[in-house]
Write a protein that binds this ligand. Structure first.
Ligand SMILES: [Mn+2]
Length: 221
């Protein structure tokens, strides 16, 4: 059975449709979205609806987590929701929230020796002991070992990962497609006018489609 791993969709429902088609996806083939299904793009509800109806698997991204916290009333008092998040609150339906709420922070797929996570993790620490903040937001590890959510906070975290699992992750549109020995970063900035990218097993091939347009300015985000 094929498994398609897909980078940060961010509400780009048309591009998700196009990418599934580009991959030759057939119902029944496994799809794993690496998080940030919603926010910033035009049709977050459409993306979650497709994920539900097509039976796609996914891991939780930082934006999925953020809107869920607001939906569940856990927001900090006095904080205001950004428009791109308010739009998600205004458009998702109950079943969509239930889908997001059920998303795990990471997903192991032992049958293909792979692992999906949105942000990253600290190599050498078991997954269940990782901080949620890192699973959702990690981007870099400095030379002294300090983890950072910043792109300029050191080397990409995944460059330190020695396997054995192949890790598929997202959350780093600035670095774009990352190809490390045992980890691939799939966020190629579709919502910023880049591309939506998939990595497919067992064939070991990347597929991508262009964004229909720039939905958000990367530097304004
Ligand atoms: Mn993210």
């Amino acid at each position: 059975m094929r498994t398609l791993f897909i980078g940060d969709v961010h509400g780009c429902a048309d591009e998700l449709d196009a990418l599934l088609k580009e991959c030759g996806w057939q119902p029944g083939e496994r799809v794993v979205l690496v998080g940030d299904l919603v926010a910033k793009g035009p049709d977050s509800a459409g993306v979650v609806q497709r994920a539900r109806e097509l039976g796609l698997k996914a891991v939780r991204g930082n934006h999925d987590e953020h809107v869920l916290r607001w939906y569940q009333g856990q927001q900090k008092p006095g904080k205001k929701l950004k428009p791109e998040h308010q739009h998600v609150l205004d458009t998702l339906r109950r079943a969509d929230w239930d889908y997001l709420d059920a998303l795990p922070l990471y997903l192991r797929l032992p049958d293909v020796n792979a692992l999906a996570v949105h942000g990253g993790f600290l190599p050498g620490v078991s997954l269940r002991r990782q901080r949620q903040e890192h699973l959702l937001n990690l981007r870099s590890i400095a030379s002294d070992g300090t983890p950072s959510k910043r792109v300029d906070g050191g080397a990409p975290w995944a460059s330190h990962w020695r396997g054995p699992e192949l890790v598929l992750f997202g959350h780093d549109a600035v670095r774009g497609l990352q190809r490390h020995p045992h980890a691939f970063g799939l966020d190629t900035g579709c919502v910023y006018g880049g591309r939506l990218t998939a990595y497919v097993l067992p064939e070991g091939r990347f597929y991508s489609v262009p964004a229909r347009r720039m939905y958000m300015d990367m530097h304004a985000a």
